[in-house]
Design a protein around this ligand. Structure first.
Ligand SMILES: [Cu+2]
Length: 254
């Protein structure tokens, strides 16, 4: 293979790699909520930037190792060309990383602002109360009802709740005792539940499915069993489920 066709093959390989990287999830969940998708998109930018930086760093390393290796004909005692400073090069390799960090920082702040933003009129409100070691999920509208964990232990499934796809749900998170954390890996979102504090966030589920949730803050003996399940369903299924839960609730119809 000529040098020219080798360069072409490498360039084509890089293009294919970059092209597939723009689609790839690299093993990361895509985010099953609108907020999660936003976080995924940010992470994607970070990942591709990281791949680009690594390609340049390892590329330059490899090139220097090969191009400037000691050859048999070299004088063993000889030193390479000696020089002290290269101002344009130093300005370049200082500026580029600083610009990358600034761009990533600005994108992170903007994503965080969007994810933390609370809509003025959520479609439903879910009170998520964490306790050692379970969850109490209460919906308000249209009729109130609560889904609560059974006493936790090995093999005891956590509570299951449904959320409506395409509707924004306000989650109001509290803790009864110690610090817990609400975490649904597929939502790419985690928030601490701190005793004495109320923290609110919005979730807009965007993909149907059954998702595993767990406490993500070590909170004692049965922490590992402090799980729950979230089913994202279409809004009419959610309404039917909520109505059935509310009518089965103690005191319903009173
Ligand atoms: Cu916990």
């Amino acid at each position: 293979m000529s040098r020219r066709s080798a360069v072409r093959a490498v360039a084509l390989g890089v293009l294919v790699l970059v092209g597939s990287a723009c689609q790839a999830q690299f093993g990361m969940p895509g985010g099953a909520t609108e907020q999660g998708k936003d976080i995924f998109d940010l992470w994607h930018v970070f990942m591709i930037t990281g791949i680009g930086v690594a390609a340049i760093v390892y590329g330059l390393l490899g090139w220097s190792l090969i191009r400037y290796r000691r050859r048999r004909s070299d004088d063993v005692g000889a030193l390479g060309r000696q020089f002290r400073v290269n101002v344009p090069l130093e300005i370049t390799y200082t500026t580029i990383p600083v610009v990358i960090v600034i761009v990533l920082f600005v994108l992170s702040v903007r994503t965080e602002d969007r994810v933390d933003a609370l809509t003025p009129a959520p479609a439903a409100t879910l009170h998520a109360q964490a306790f050692a070691w379970g969850w109490r999920f209460s919906f308000e509208d249209p009729s109130p009802f609560t889904v609560v964990s059974d006493p936790s232990g090995e093999g005891v499934p956590g509570p299951t709740i449904e959320l409506p796809r395409g509707r924004t749900v306000r989650v109001v998170l509290t803790s009864d005792d110690v610090i817990h954390a609400f975490w649904v890996p597929e939502f790419l979102f985690k928030r601490d539940a701190i005793p004495g504090r109320v923290t609110s966030f919005d979730l807009t589920p965007s993909r149907d499915g059954t998702y595993h949730g767990a406490c993500a803050e070590f909170c004692g003996l049965n922490h590992a069993f402090m799980t729950f399940t979230v089913k994202v369903v279409d809004p009419s299924t959610f309404d039917a489920w909520a109505a059935a839960q509310a009518s089965a609730a103690p005191g319903a119809g009173a």
